[in-house]
Design a binder for this molecule. Structure first.
Ligand SMILES: [Cu+2]
Length: 156
């Protein structure tokens, strides 16, 4: 008798809990799903914004160190057709890396890596220089990117 009463009470309890929380749970679930979708969308957008401008995986990674008043190394050779990644840092003040022939101009800040990707389409010598006035030796901060012509494939 007591058992059956308890069961019924529990049953009622469960039913009433279900019925009372049915709509809020649905609403919450939908909202959570919407929020999750928004969150993932934002993540996706964030990824796009911070992605390098060339999505291809680099074939060649070159590190460049800028400091008063040199660019090291001041000559970088890359093969024509290569996907190139330049990782530029500064050991002192803010500098800027400019390679006008490759349409590259980016600030280089202390404590940060400036990562630049490009495809070396056309063979040639591309002057690079510091693009941010950094002191008396600023104009000495020069170098070249040399894109070496692709060797024609040997005939069979
Ligand atoms: Cu400079």
């Amino acid at each position: 008798m007591a058992d059956s009463f308890r069961k019924r009470a529990l049953g009622t309890g469960v039913v009433s809990r279900d019925s009372s929380s049915f709509h809020p749970i649905c609403g919450k679930g939908a909202r959570a799903k919407l929020l999750a979708t928004l969150f993932l969308t934002l993540l996706g957008l964030g990824g796009c914004r911070t992605a390098p401008r060339n999505d291809a995986q680099p074939d060649i990674i070159k590190r460049i160190v800028m400091k008063k008043w040199t660019i090291e190394p001041n000559r970088i050779e890359v093969p024509q057709g290569g996907e190139v990644e330049l990782v530029v840092t500064t050991t002192d003040v803010e500098h800027g890396i400019a390679i006008p022939g490759l349409d590259i101009r980016e600030p280089v800040q202390p404590g940060k890596e400036t990562v630049i990707r490009f495809k070396a389409n056309t063979a040639g010598t591309y002057p690079m220089s510091c693009s941010i006035l950094c002191g008396t030796g600023h104009k000495q901060m020069t170098g070249v990117i040399v894109v070496t012509a692709a060797v024609p494939a040997a005939s069979h």
